[in-house]
Design a protein around this ligand. Sequence first.
Ligand SMILES: Nc1ncnc2c1ncn2[C@@H]1O[C@H](COP(=O)(O)OP(=O)(O)O)[C@@H](O)[C@H]1O
Ligand SMILES: [Mg+2]
Length: 241
Amino acid sequence: MPWTGPMHTVVIDAINVTQSFGHTHALSGVSVRISRGEAVAMMGTSGSGKTTLLHCLAGITQPTSGTVRLAPPIGAAASLPVVTVSDLGDGERSRLRRERFGFVFQQGLLLPELTAVENAALPLMVAGISRTAAQQHAAHWLAALGLGGLEDRRIGQLSGGQAQRVAIARAQVNAPDVVFADEPTGALDSTTSDEVMTVLLDSTIDRGGALVVVTHDEAVAARCHRVLRLCDGRLVGGPHA
Ligand SMILES: Nc1ncnc2c1ncn2[C@@H]1O[C@H](COP(=O)(O)OP(=O)(O)O)[C@@H](O)[C@H]1O
Ligand SMILES: [Mg+2]
């Protein structure tokens, strides 16, 4: 199928994605197109396929069938091809995740023995940037997300909301095309959740990234540009979104 729509705005195009685990059909033909600068919420009851869809879009798992394609990075040579994420092997998908995507989970999955700035700098250090430069850039992000002065705290010395901001900084430091967040505010009270969503939306959208956020919370979904609803592995309202 040709890549339709304006190339420079579409960042992820998923067509007819299915995912089965044995006899469980977690996704049954989902098509989703996500644009740069767009925040998309994914909602649905527990078991409806939200996490599975996020994992397929983000190249964490390979779908059983269907295609997931990723546009070249902004500013890349026009000749760079669209990448068919769903065709890549494990190693190539993990490289793609490191280089093009950022991730925020319900529990930040931060390393408790490291400080806030060391955690946030990790993706840059993995990319081969020197410790000093990586930590400078990470500290800049922490300050921008309201954590100035807390750079040297260990994760256990931060509140839940502060720890999620560290996770958001870590997801932003390498300017990913798409940030994927699975229930990022699931462990937070409603005020903190609202603050963390503001930080997550602003930090992603302001630099032209796209945000895909799985949530149970209508208040979180209402902050996004668009809401996709899943039921039994299908999009409510039709197969395309
Ligand atoms: N790795 C897996 N192995 C087997 N079944 C799975 C696996 N991951 C998800 N499932 C099943 O797929 C369905 C969708 O799960 P999931 O995407 O995690 O739902 P949600 O995130 O909406 O709660 C559920 O029935 C779940 O039990
Ligand atoms: Mg889930």
